[in-house]
Design a protein around this ligand. Structure first.
Ligand code: MTE
Length: 447
């Protein structure tokens, strides 16, 4: 299987609709494929050529519509041939990937979510991005223990069975690493949306509200101002969260998208901290401590801080501000030919619901309001879309989200005026995709 960087579909179709073997066949002209909405682009110079071949070969005389294929004549696979269902083999190129620009330090690394190949707002569990500071573990749930201590009447230790007896909630939320889009600060225009924005996912999580657990332990309502969340891996991942936020909508989750969490994402227990940067969503959660001040741990003082232009550091900038990105078409993809395209993307805000998304095709001079697809939920991804008639001219595609607080996603120039250029974290600037006359889309920095 070719390991070409993830990218390369023209319009709304999985990028890997054609496997490398099939691409070769298309190029040899031995096989016709579906056209239009189902045709896929291939990365690189061959993309347009192959795609146009696809378009030209499709007609009412297409043998794929005239002749009955084997699968309408024979017997298919039996049930339970795959007891746990897997994607089609034709989708095998849709993978989370490590960025070619980032070095893996032992097991500590990031895999990015292939946003360009996803539909709607829910991230399939197997494609959820991963960020581990010290590798991941598949922890035996029967041995996992979760403790609450500190400023509480009675410190308690829970088994997973104990937790699952308590009242639960199921809610859809995005999780975004504070470092998402971080490489763009340094003017490194990484090629695809998978690498610019792929430390982002959105799932339905199920678990027990912290309000229930803290009440269960009788936390000190006068002195208790913060909680410290601690993971059970070797990274000593510990993060402070204010008690207001903890009581508002945080919960300890054991399930994701209707099944138990995946090991990479914290099985059997993780913190869900809606709207707050991903590092606070502590995985393999084993302890919460109630305290009277923030704990200033290493991941709050050395990492996940923003270096400002005057040399000071911003700390505890937890909330992920309103942001959006066009995922189709996006960097690395190629438009097949002129005509209509459904431009689509994702918007989100750590402060609530997305109110509006505007899209520009001329680098921010003119804006049109996009359609928000339902559901539009608080601290959750929102899918937007807008029609685009491409006349073959060069264009610069941008999206700008506005949340229910009235906050408007900034241009990169506006963000740099306040934050300088030496940050790693919290880049929520407007993303620009340049569309060339040959249909190729690439990452550019505008203004
Ligand atoms: N929790 C523990 N225990 N160890 C970690 O390395 N990584 C954090 C957070 N929780 C981490 C952790 C970071 S930096 C992020 S962005 C999210 O988990 C990523 O969650 P995911 O791997 O489920 O996408």
């Amino acid at each position: 299987m070719s390991q070409r960087p993830s990218s390369g579909r023209i319009i709304k179709a999985p990028e890997n609709f054609l496997s490398p073997a099939m691409i070769a066949e298309v190029q040899r002209g031995r096989r016709d494929f579906l056209r239009g909405a189902f045709a896929s682009a291939i990365t690189g110079a061959t993309a347009t050529v192959a795609s146009r071949a696809v378009a030209q070969s499709t007609s009412l005389g297409d043998p794929n519509i005239l002749e009955l294929p084997e699968h309408t004549k024979g017997l298919g696979q039996p049930v339970a041939a795959t007891p746990y269902g897997m994607p089609s083999k034709y989708e095998a190129n849709l993978q989370r990937r490590e960025s070619p620009g980032l070095t893996r330090v032992s097991a500590a690394s990031v895999s990015f979510c292939p946003l360009q190949g996803l539909f709607g707002i829910i991230t399939p569990s197997g494609l959820h991005f991963e960020r581990h500071h010290q590798g991941w573990w598949d922890i035996d749930p029967t041995k996992h223990r979760f403790m609450i201590n500190g400023l509480v009447k009675k410190a308690k230790v829970y088994t997973m069975d104990d937790l699952m007896r308590l009242p639960s909630v199921s809610r859809m939320h995005f999780i975004e690493c504070g470092a998402n889009t971080g490489m763009e600060w340094g003017n490194v225009a990484v090629p695809t949306v998978q690498y610019t924005h792929g430390m982002l996912s959105c799932c339905e999580f199920t678990g027990v509200p912290l309000s229930v657990l803290l009440e269960d332990c009788g936390f000190d309502k006068l002195k208790g101002k913060y909680i410290l969340a601690e993971g059970a891996d070797g990274s000593s991942m510990t993060r402070s969260i204010s008690i207001e936020r903890a009581l508002d909508d945080c919960f300890v989750a054991y399930a994701m998208n209707g099944e138990m969490l995946r090991p990479e994402n914290g099985y059997p227990l993780r913190l869900v901290a809606p709207g707050i940067q991903g590092v606070s969503w502590v995985k393999w959660l084993r302890r919460l401590e109630v305290g009277d001040k923030p704990y200033a741990t290493k991941d709050e003082t050395l990492h996940y801080i923003d270096l400002m232009p005057d040399g000071t550091h911003r700390q505890y900038t937890s909330i992920q501000e309103c942001k959006s990105v066009i995922t189709t078409p996006s960097g690395g993809q190629t438009l097949m030919d002129r005509g209509y395209y459904n431009v689509s993307g994702l918007a989100w805000s750590g402060r609530g619901r997305v109110k509006r998304v505007d899209v520009s095709f001329d680098g921010g001079r003119n804006w049109k309001t996009a359609k928000l697809e339902s559901p539009v939920l608080s601290k959750c991804l929102t899918r937007f879309s807008i029609g685009f008639n491409w006349d073959g001219s060069p264009a610069i595609l941008q999206s700008r989200a506005i949340d229910e607080t009235g906050y408007v996603q900034p241009q990169m120039r506006q963000l740099r005026q306040v934050r300088g250029t030496r940050s790693i974290y919290h880049n929520n600037a407007i993303q620009s995709w340049k569309l060339d006359t040959n249909g190729e889309v690439s990452n550019v920095h505008v203004g």
